[in-house]
Write a protein that binds this ligand. Structure first.
Ligand code: DGL
Length: 280
C-alpha cells in the first residue's frame, strides 16, 4: 500500500473490528471516556476474520487502519482479538513507520492479559476465542511473559461469531454450540477457575455462557480492562491525547450496507444509531 497524505489535524479515536464485536468495547470506552470523539469501523462485509490466514487478516486489518487514519484518527484501537493477535505487531513495526510514525495502533490482548494475574487463584485459565486467536498462541505467550506460573488452555469456537453476526445470539439453537465449547474447555482442564472471553463478539452470548459455566468460575470479558488501559495510556501520553478531539461524538461506518449493519449494531449497543457505508 502506498503512502497516503494524512491530515495533521487532531481527530477522533478510531475503533476497529471485523464486524460488530468491537461495539462491545466501544460501549465501555465511551462510558469511561465520554468526552472524546470516536469513529467506529466494522469490516462486516468480510467478517469473520477468525477462520482466515495470518496474511489475509493482516491485509484486511491494515486496509481498515489506513482508512481510519485517512478519516482523521491518530490513534486506532484494534477492538478485535483476531486482528490484535495476527496483525498488530506487523502494523506497529513495519507499517506505522511508513504511513506515519507519530500515529499509534493499540490492541486489546495486552490489557486483558495484564488483569489475569490478579483474577485467578488456581493459576489455571481458560480461553474461549476464534480459531485464529487460539492458534496464534498470543494469549498463552503474553500471559506467560507476565505470569510464568499460569497454565492457559484454549478452545476455538468457530461458530460463535457467525451466530452473533447472524443475530442468533439469543436463539435456542445457539445453546448447543455455547454449551459444547464450554464443556470441551473444561474437559481439557478441570482446574480452570477463570475463563477469558477472548473475542469481542462473545459478550453478546454472555447470558448463555453464564448458564453453562459452573458457579465459582470467573468469566472475564474485556471491555472494562481495555477501557481502563486506554484511559491510562492517554494520561501517560499527553502528546497523543492532544491529537484526539473531544466533542463527545461517535460516527459509525461499515464495509457492508447500512441496512444490514444498523439493526444488528443496535442490538450490540442497545440503542439506535446512524451509520454510513465505506469502500476500502
Ligand atoms: N471480534 C473478533 C475478535 O475479537 C473476531 C471476529 C471474527 O472472527 O471476525 O476476535
Amino acid at each position: 500500500m502506498s503512502k497516503t497524505l494524512l491530515s495533521e489535524k487532531p481527530g477522533p479515536i478510531g475503533i476497529f473490528d471485523s464486524g460488530y464485536g468491537g461495539l462491545t468495547i466501544l460501549k465501555h470506552i465511551r462510558s469511561l471516556m465520554p468526552d472524546y470523539d470516536y469513529i467506529y469501523l466494522g469490516d462486516n462485509a468480510r467478517t469473520p476474520y477468525g477462520t482466515r490466514s495470518f496474511q489475509v487478516v493482516y491485509e484486511y486489518t491494515l486496509q481498515c487502519v489506513t482508512k481510519l487514519f485517512e478519516m482523521g484518527s491518530h490513534l486506532v484501537i484494534l477492538a478485535c482479538n483476531t486482528a490484535s493477535a495476527k496483525a498488530l505487531r506487523t502494523i506497529q513495526q513495519i507499517d506505522l513507520p511508513r504511513l506515519d510514525a507519530t500515529r499509534r495502533v493499540l490492541g486489546i490482548i495486552r490489557p486483558t492479559v495484564e488483569s489475569i494475574g490478579e483474577l485467578t487463584q488456581s493459576r489455571h485459565v481458560g480461553l474461549l476465542a476464534t480459531p485464529g486467536t487460539v492458534k496464534s498462541l498470543s494469549y498463552p505467550l503474553e500471559i506467560n511473559k507476565l505470569y510464568p506460573d499460569i497454565k492457559v488452555t484454549g478452545e476455538s469456537c468457530p461458530i460463535w461469531v457467525p451466530l452473533v453476526e447472524a443475530g442468533e445470539s439469543q436463539s435456542d439453537g445457539a445453546d448447543y454450540f455455547v454449551r459444547r465449547h464450554i464443556d470441551n474447555l473444561l474437559a481439557k482442564d478441570a482446574e480452570i477457575d477463570t475463563i477469558i472471553l477472548g473475542c469481542t463478539h462473545y459478550p453478546l452470548l454472555l447470558d448463555k455462557i453464564r448458564r453453562y459455566v459452573p458457579d465459582g468460575i470467573r468469566i472475564v470479558s474485556q471491555g472494562e480492562y481495555v477501557s481502563t488501559s486506554l484511559k491510562n495510556y492517554l494520561e501517560r501520553h499527553p502528546e497523543m491525547d492532544s491529537r484526539c478531539t473531544k466533542g463527545s461524538t461517535c460516527r459509525y461506518y461499515t464495509t457492508e450496507s447500512v441496512e444490514t449493519f444498523l439493526p444488528n449494531a443496535s442490538i450490540f449497543l442497545n440503542s439506535a444509531i446512524d451509520a454510513d457505508s465505506v469502500t476500502l
